[in-house]
Write a protein that binds this ligand. Structure first.
Ligand code: SAM
Length: 241
């Protein structure tokens, strides 16, 4: 039987290098190969920037190019192509880490890549190192609880519009909206229609240089749109609830 290396999906946290876990640190120091999701312009990534000082001497860094458009993700072509590269490395055998900003199991390219890898190599040895997600870091930066007691928390994507937020606001006490930078105005309107305009917090580039934290839809609307931004809002309940 061919020996295979293990693939680690490693969450490197929201951006602050100090928000890397000890386990992520250990894995980064041990692996032979590090895969990154390369940004088209620079060829590097924030995740790589965070991991770089911890890699062992001689570790090979392989940037993988992904197509993040809706059509690209739906076709799965880049995932299949990159999965073949990862499988080739695991078959050497070599151990490898795929770096993810935040957590690898939360809105991450890692899970798509993993499905494509399993189509080629169903028994690929895989382990996931969780990371601090952007919304946990944003709540910490705001010093605001995401949820308390029996409150419910709903995390939605606004990549395709406001519908998921509308549904979440009907069901949850507290919401996190990710990937919503193109929809800021419509999202603000929706929060206002629910009487939550003052409660909304926008966190942009959380834990990165240039970090912004803004409260209230009036101020949020004035900001330039940023991909690395999210919204938090929690209905205030009475003290006896
Ligand atoms: C593809 S998702 C990645 C989520 C990531 N895996 C996590 O656990 O946070 C990208 C979205 O995450 C949010 N995001 C990621 N990093 C962020 C940061 N440092 N500050 C604010 N939002 C961030 C934004 O909503 C962005 O559009």
């Amino acid at each position: 039987m061919t020996q295979l290396g293990t693939l680690y999906g490693v969450g490197v946290g929201p951006g602050d290098p100090e928000l890397l876990t000890l386990k992520a640190l250990r894995v980064l120091r041990e692996v032979d190969v590090v895969f990154t999701s390369a940004q088209a312009k620079s060829g590097t990534s924030i995740a790589q920037e965070i991991a770089a000082p911890h890699l062992r001497d001689g570790a090979e860094v392989i940037p993988l190019a992904f197509d993040h458009t809706f059509e690209g993700v739906a076709s799965g072509a880049a995932h299949r192509e990159n999965a073949a590269v990862v499988v080739e490395v695991l078959r050497r055998p070599a151990t490898a880490a795929f770096l993810t900003l935040g957590d690898p199991m939360t809105y991450s390219t890692f899970t798509y890549l993993l499905s494509a890898i399993r189509e080629i190599l169903p028994d690929a040895p895989v382990a996931v190192v969780p990371g601090i997600t952007s919304f946990a870091a944003a709540a910490a930066a705001a010093v605001e609880p995401l949820a308390e007691g029996d409150e419910s928390l709903c995390i939605v994507s606004a990549a395709k519009g406001t519908d998921l937020l509308r549904r979440a606001l009907g069901a949850a006490d507290s919401v996190v909206v990710m990937k919503g930078f193109r929809q800021t105005a419509a999202l603000c309107e929706l929060f206002e229609s629910e009487g939550l305009g003052q409660q909304v917090i926008l966190s942009a580039r959380c834990s990165r240089p240039g970090e912004t934290l803004v409260r209230g839809t009036t101020r949020i609307r004035e900001l330039p749109r940023q991909y690395m931004s999210l919204l938090l809002a929690r209905r205030k309940r009475g003290p006896n609830c």
